[in-house]
Each structure stands twice: as C-alpha cells, then as structure tokens.
Design a protein around this ligand. Structure first.
Ligand SMILES: Nc1ncnc2c1ncn2[C@@H]1O[C@H](COP(=O)(O)OP(=O)(O)OP(=O)(O)O)[C@@H](O)[C@H]1O
Length: 308
C-alpha cells in the first residue's frame, strides 16, 4: 500500500532522511519506530504530500506523492503530532468545517459528523467547545478529522503521546476498529511496548535510514540471540554452571532458584542444553523462552549498526 525508494530529505545541512526504503502492506498496522529526530514526522509528511523530498520516490495506494499530490490527499488521512484547535468552534462544527473542506455538505456532512463522533466516542461532546476537551479527547477529535474523507490509509504521528493509560487504551480500541474496517494504518511512536500490542508490522528508523522492517512476529523472534528463563526446585547453581560453560550461552541474571540467560544458535542448541541440565539431575520446574521486546530488538539493531 505504501512504497518508498531512496527518500532523501534535507533541512539545510541536516539530513533528515538518507535514502529511506519503506514497504507497508495493505491492511497492516505498521509501527514506525524511532528515537526523537530519527525522521518519522518527515517521512509521514512526505507520504501525506505536505513535504517534497530532494530525491527518491514514494507511492501510496498506487499514487505518486510527487506527480499526484491531489490523489494522495484523497487516499491519505494524516494526523499530525501537534495540532491546532480552534477555540471558538464546537466539536460538531469543527468536523463540519473539515467536511466542507472536502466538499461534503448538508445532511451527508451531518450524518458523517455523527458517525465519526460515535466512532471516536465523542458523541456526548458534540456541542462542547473544542478547547474545553481533554488532551485525549482532542486527539480523538483530530483522528475523526483525519477520517472525514474515508481515506484508505491513515498516517498517525504519535497518536498516543501525552495520553494517560486509560486514554491510551481507548485510542488503541479505536485503532483496532479502524483496522477491522480495512484501513492501512501507519503509527509513529517511540513508546515501543504500546506498538507491540497493536501492530502487525514494524519498521525501525534511525538517523533517516531504515534499520529493519517486517512482520512483528519476525521482529520479536528473528534469528538473533534468544533469552530464556529456567527455574529449579532447589538452588540453581548446578544449572548455572552448565550454562556458563556452554558455547554461545551467557547468564543475564540469576536468583536463588532461577536463572535468566541468552543463547545464540538454533532450536537444536536449546534442546541440547536443556537435555544436559536435566541429565545432571537438576530438577527443572520451568523453562521458557522470554519474548524479546521491541525495545530489545531496537537497541540490539542500533548497537549492530554502531558496531558495538
Ligand atoms: N523544519 C525543520 N528545520 C530544520 N530541521 C528540521 C526541521 N524539521 C525536522 N528537522 C530535523 O530533521 C530531523 C528529523 O526530524 P523529524 O521531526 O522527522 O524526526 P522524528 O523522528 O519525527 O522526531 P520526534 O520523535 O522528535 O518527533 C531532526 O534532526 C530534526 O531536527
């Protein structure tokens, strides 16, 4: 649904994007991950036709961002990380204003307003002034605004920033609903645990370059070093000794009856190590691979890039 090739964007001397290649499959919820200043906002602004890259190409739903900016506006809904609200407009009026900007008027616009307010759970605030809404409500209103023209693709820049935990859950539910409605959604964030709950795909960006992208499950498992936890009935000493002497294994932490360690290699190595431990009469009561978090993956990739 989205393809970019070799995107380069400079602000004066700052290279915000240094040849970015993205591929976002149709119907996916694509988590766009990167630290502050990595180039996420710049990318989303290019994809929504608001910014022109110096080099490279980008297509959204088959439309070229450089050659067909009008077409891009039809298929893309963009929710910026910072948005202005109009202090003398009511919630309902705000949506009617944006509907009119897309040429939607009259009864159709009013029905759309009500449907969207229901979707973002703001029906009860239709007559409230926009600037009296909480931050979470304003975010949801902004999301409703970006949906006015029923775009195929949603580009959401840090949609959960500044929200309390409950408001985040609400936002997540709304995004799930949008996913069910068949939208392709790109969400930029640096709150990685949050994305892990929501995304089907992930792309990691650093200093304007893509570190890695793919289905979330591949990102979390991958073929990299894996972490395991082993718990024993009794002390863990004997097991820890075996792990320490095992090629490719390293203890990360240990408690009296539990040890956490990493192991490189495939499933055969894991099975062999476990066999050795069990064979040494250690009473294993729990052995499991601990899921690598997105944070772990991101940090690991960043280290690899730096050669650390
Ligand atoms: N208008 C601008 N003028 C000059 N430099 C800019 C401008 N906008 C962004 N930059 C720089 O470009 C780089 C990428 O910025 P961008 O806003 O795309 O990153 P980001 O990943 O969205 O960061 P954040 O998570 O902080 O929003 C940064 O070094 C930033 O300082």
């Amino acid at each position: 649904m989205i393809i970019t090739r070799g995107l380069i964007k400079k602000y004066g001397r700052v290279m915000a994007l240094q040849g970015l290649d993205l591929e976002v499959p149709e119907g996916s919820v694509y988590g766009f991950i990167g630290q502050n200043g990595a180039g996420k906002t710049t990318t989303l602004r290019i994809l929504s036709g608001l910014l022109i890259p110096e080099e490279g190409s980008a297509e959204v739903a088959g439309r070229d961002v450089l050659r067909d900016p009008r077409g891009i506006r039809e298929v893309v809904g963009y929710m910026p990380d910072f948005f202005g609200v109009y202090d003398d407009l009511r919630v309902g009026e705000y949506l009617l204003f944006y509907a009119a900007a897309y040429g939607i008027k009259g009864e159709t616009a009013r029905k759309l307003r009500d449907d969207l307010l229901e979707l973002v759970e703001l029906g009860h605030k239709r007559d409230a002034f926009v600037d009296t809404l909480s931050r979470g409500m304003q975010q949801r209103l902004c999301l409703a605004r970006s949906l006015i023209h029923d775009p195929q693709v949603l580009l959401l820049d840090e949609p959960a920033s500044g929200l309390d935990p409950l408001a985040r859950v609400e936002m997540r539910e709304i995004l799930r609903e949008l996913c069910r409605l068949g939208k392709t959604i790109v969400i930029s964030s640096h709150i990685l645990s949050e994305l892990a709950d929501l995304c089907t795909h992930v792309g990691m960006i650093r200093e304007g370059r893509l570190l890695r992208q793919g289905p979330l499950s591949d990102m979390l498992a991958g073929d990299r070093v894996r972490k395991f936890i082993l718990r024993c009935n009794g002390t863990v000493e004997a097991a820890a000794e075996i792990i320490e002497g095992w090629p490719g294994a390293g203890i990360l932490s240990s408690a009296i009856n539990q040890v956490e360690f990493q192991l490189s290699g495939g499933s055969d190595d894991v099975a062999a190590l476990l066999r050795e431990i069990v064979g040494s009469q250690v009473q294993v009561v729990h052995f499991a691979q601990t899921e690598q978090s997105l944070e772990d993956t991101f940090i690991q990739l960043a280290r690899e890039v730096n050669g650390v």
